[in-house]
Design a protein around this ligand. Structure first.
Ligand code: BGC
Length: 780
């Protein structure tokens, strides 16, 4: 098997000596002892078990022996993850991490990378501790490591799983070349509230799309061989329901029904497991009164017992400590007991296990067997990565130098960025900018701002020099004779609302130009962690400038850079063309230019609903109908489910996005209008490119279960396919649907489908009116 190939390394020199000290039986010896190949030379993998988790008798013997030699303190060290003194996302509880490594008190380190630095720290563990157990290095490699891709929400907007996987693959190659073994990604939290800043970090609001993206990311990071030196361990986070924070305020209380938990928030985590994810991270929030890091229901009943997860569980940053302010633990010692007993294997940064667990064992509050189980999970991962054979195998300066910013990585980042962009409006075909647009006025606070191009979670990304801004991108890619002039004009800082300082310069530039490109949106740190807002409007004085630019009468193209859906309702009504570019990454300026100049025909579709205003949040396409749906009443009727001052419809629907060409959809044909319990049917539609340009279309399948033992959403995405069509070309897209695709948590809390009538449609976006539904039934 491929994953065994790394165990062919011969040990020699000081490393062999240090490992011999650590191990009475080296992995190599153990392998020889167990060299009893099965008939086919393969290892049996249980159905559904990832390849990396295959039984390994050699490893078991090795770990039995090692754990047998460990003191309680050494075991607790393996359950401890600390940050280095490089930048981190929370309070630093201990700044003695180097001394802690030497003392065997810490088994994993995060926020430390580069071949040299990880080697230096690894040395402390290998040459400074009794058992010489190698460190595991983790880091937030979220949408690129050095070469930064579009933010995660933007990548999801590509609906292109190959692009998503490629981004994760490149991230893994760069990160692993800098000594990183483990990324704290993918973030698979379903997010339906645009106020919540972390909406930018996931795949949006949908269960189905989110599950596909989770799979693509895990496979990209981990490859098909976890032990390969250019792959990293992925982490499904934040378990669970973090995206349901009340009022969109980060870290706030979560109170969802068990049904919603299981039908909405958990499936992308399960999809990550099915894709073989090797670690999980708990979330900060409580779920039904219990902080996630102390939830036996989540971490053991569901994760281990229902889903059979084989990897290890790390907490989020100091989230064990936070069980005290949550009011769930009276002190840190009790919090540590609750976490360990619930199923946490590793304490991130809180030093709670380090400082309290031994006492808890002495008092009989934590069973040593539970500690051994957690230790084994952590050591198993180190073993499977090959770190016991060569603790420095990822810390290779030559590989680092040969890997970072490879031209093909930069090209991939540009390509994924343009695939992620969503054309929201294009009245009068203002875009692409060809022909008459000889002079372009580029204005706005995001037009020439390097730090903003890469978003909030570009941890190791260079914010100052590498990112290509819109100004640089437009200038580099403009046709001969086309000028691009720039004036910042406005500010996105909250404090600058009401100021007009730069307006005159921007308006003068606009007046002497053929077309205005306004690069507006949010500052890079207005989304991400601890970045919730109570308004979704353009911050600062951007809206005021935008209105004055439109008033010039020149065509305006609004390019939005933002990590959340913004309520750009005025722009939708008044600006002819709008492109949502998220934070597009290191090559962002080139990618925006490719779209604006028509070198790339936009193909992204929204992975989240854009509300008209903040009052509609949280809003998502797969809502319930209610007993008084607005359609029941005459326009303006009172006693229906509506607002007095805003329509129910969003500004832009989930799944929506335009192209420079046009597509038509034929009516849907079903292979049968009856689906047998054990069978399936197919649904097909023919899509035609009726425009003048080649283009890609994301063809979407929606289903509505009309009556259930509990109420069902008015629509659910059940399939999609991204196709490329030449002008005039048609393609028939066929989806297969089986009863289990329509399963949900039924009234009795069992998971399954129910017989009855369903509507189905194939459409360019959510919203039944986008296509005429057909009906089928599942028989008893
Ligand atoms: C975030 C996690 C992240 C961790 C480590 C926390 O504050 O919630 O998503 O992985 O920090 O940086």
């Amino acid at each position: 098997m491929k994953r065994n190939s790394i165990h062919q390394f011969a040990l020699s020199g000081p490393l062999a000596i240090c490992l011999a000290t650590a191990l009475a039986t080296s992995p190599a010896q153990a392998r020889d002892m167990s060299a009893q190949p099965s008939a086919a030379g393969t290892v049996e993998i249980e159905p559904g078990q990832p390849e990396w988790a295959a039984p390994d008798a050699e490893m078991d013997r090795f770990l039995d022996e090692l754990i047998g030699r460990m003191t309680l303190d050494e075991k607790i060290g393996q359950l401890t993850l600390l940050t280095s003194d490089w930048e981190s996302t929370g309070p630093t509880m201990r700044d003695t991490y180097k001394a802690d490594i030497r003392a065997g008190k810490v088994g994993s380190i995060f926020n430390a990378y580069t071949a040299d630095y990880t080697r230096e720290l690894q040395d402390l563990a290998i040459n400074g501790t009794r058992l010489k157990i190698p460190l595991l290095f983790g880091y937030d490699v979220i949408h690129g490591h050095r070469t930064i891709f579009p933010i995660s929400l933007g990548e999801a907007a590509s609906w292109d799983m190959e692009a998503v996987e490629l981004s994760a693959r490149v991230s893994a190659e760069e990160a692993s070349a800098e000594g990183i073994h483990w990324t704290f990604s993918p973030m698979v939290d379903v997010a339906r509230d645009a106020r919540w800043g972390r909406i930018s970090e996931g795949a949006g609001e949908d269960v189905y799309l989110g599950s596909k993206v989770a799979k693509a990311r895990v496979e990209g990071y981990q490859g098909d061989d976890l032990s390969a030196v250019d792959t990293v361990i992925a982490t499904a986070k934040h378990f669970a329901a973090y995206g349901a924070a009340q009022a969109g305020r980060d870290y706030h209380t979560v109170d969802v029904s068990d049904r919603t938990l299981r039908d909405v928030y958990l499936p992308p985590f399960k999809a990550a497991i099915d894709a073989g994810v090797a670690s999980f991270m708990t979330s900060f929030n409580e779920v039904d009164g219990v902080p996630a890091s102390g939830s036996r229901y989540l971490l053991t009943d569901i994760l281990r017992d229902e889903w059979g997860f084989d990897g290890f569980v790390v907490t989020d940053y100091t989230s064990i400590n936070e069980m005290v302010p949550h009011g769930y633990a009276e002190d840190l010692k009790q919090a540590g007991e609750q976490a360990l007993n619930a199923g946490v294997d590793m304490d991130m940064q809180g030093a709670v296990f380090m400082e309290n667990l031994a006492q808890s064992v002495a008092e009989g509050r934590v069973d040593i067997a539970a500690i051994d189980t957690a230790v084994r999970r952590v050591l198993e991962m180190k073993y499977r990565l090959g770190l016991f054979e060569d603790p420095y195998r990822y810390s290779d300066r030559a590989r680092q130098e040969a890997t970072l910013y490879k031209p093909e990585f930069l090209e991939a980042a540009r390509d994924v960025a343009r695939k992620s962009m969503v054309l929201l409006k294009n009245e009068g075909d203002v875009l692409p900018l060809v022909g008459s647009a000889k002079s372009i006025a580029l204005v706005g606070p995001l037009a020439d701002s390097k730090p903003d191009m890469i978003g909030s979670w570009a941890a190791a990304g260079d914010r100052q020099t590498r990112p290509v801004t819109l100004l640089e991108g437009l200038r580099a890619n403009a046709a001969d004779g086309v000028t691009v002039e720039y004036a910042k004009g406005a500010s996105y800082e909250f404090a600058d609302e009401g100021k007009t300082d730069g307006f005159a310069e921007a308006l003068a530039l606009a007046e002497r130009s053929d077309v205005i490109v306004a690069a507006m949106g949010e500052k890079w740190d207005m989304t991400g962690e601890a970045a919730s807002r109570t308004s979704l409007d353009l911050p600062g004085n951007q809206q005021a400038l935008l209105e004055q630019l439109v008033a010039t009468g020149k065509p305006v193209v609004l390019v939005m850079l933002s990590g959340r859906p913004n309520s750009i309702t005025w722009a939708e009504d008044n600006v002819p063309a709008i492109l949502h570019a998220w934070y597009p990454g290191t090559q962002g300026g080139h990618a925006v230019a490719d779209v604006l100049f028509g070198k790339y025909n936009p193909s992204g579709k929204l992975p989240v609903t854009f509300p008209r205003n903040v009052g509609q949040a949280p809003i998502h396409y797969d809502m319930k109908n209610t007993g008084r749906p607005i359609e029941l009443g005459a326009p303006g009727a009172k006693y229906v489910s509506r607002y007095l001052n805003t329509p129910n419809d969003p500004l832009y629907r989930f799944g929506y996005g335009l192209s420079y060409t046009d597509f038509t959809y034929s009516p849907v044909t079903l292979s049968s209008a009856q689906m047998a319990a054990g069978g399936n049917i197919t649904a097909s539609a023919t899509i035609t490119n009726t425009g003048q340009r080649a283009g890609e279309e994301v063809v979407q399948l929606y289903v509505r279960d009309l009556v259930g033992s509990v109420t069902r959403p008015v629509q659910e995405l059940k399939g999609f396919e991204k196709i490329m069509l030449q002008p005039g070309e048609s393609r028939t897209v066929t989806f297969e649907i089986a009863p289990q695709d329509l399963a949900f948590t039924r009234a009795d809390m069992s998971h399954g489908w129910e017989p009855g009538e369903f509507q189905l449609w194939i459409a360019p976006s959510s919203g039944a009116e986008a296509s005429t539904p057909v009906t089928f039934t599942i028989q008893e």
